[in-house]
Ligand binder design. Sequence first.
Ligand code: BGC
Length: 251
Amino acid sequence: MSTSYDALGIDIGGSGIKGAPVDLETGTFADDRLRITTPEHSTPDAVCEVIEQIVDHFSTKPHVPIGITLPAVVTHGVVRSAANIDRSWIGVDAAALFADRLGREVHLVNDADAAGVAERHHGAAKGHDGVVLLTTLGTGIGTALIVDGHLVPNTELGHLEIDGHHAESHAADSARKREDLSMQQWAERLQMYYTHVEDLLWPDLFVVGGGISKQADAFLPLLDLRTEIVPARLRNKAGIIGAAWLATQGN
Ligand code: BGC
């Protein structure tokens, strides 16, 4: 058990639910991360049970803020979409549900938004003012828009339609795997995606996250963009760190 930490972050994904106490000064975990397999029927009740186990595991004191990510649009604590989790989440006031079950307030946030906030404070976009867009390339494409350090939540730019294609279905890492694309073939799709996004937003920086960002050297040099584009640094810790950070912000 860690001695002290600022907040607990929990990242709900399609295959695993991961939690760790976070030291926000350094942007590091204050204790080993706990991962529990996402229940097969990842309903709000089933996931809530796992969250309780994680909160108990770290003996989380009542005053410690808790931030939780979901692969979904979340507005004012209410889940509005569901990617890789049970569709029964849609319309659920998850903030109220968790508060009821845990006996404390929690902060809920979209998974990509949490990762973006973490990268802005402790990772690849640290100290970057202006317009930063984090994209996570995984099963889907998640996006986080951060302007002068402030998150504009729920941008969902993975769902743009580009040249007749749903961007996420065409250019996410899952499309590369599913269609067995070479890096060159995949990069052509990414080129189309990022060109479109930079023409809409004129960002100062793109940060590319998701598991495939470990292999950034194999595809980022193939892209020709006017915007600087860099790999994420916090890898699979970003969601937990960003959720913990947002939980301390009191909104
Ligand atoms: C969802 C986003 C999510 C992203 C990454 C997309 O399909 O619409 O809410 O951030 O996947 O999980």
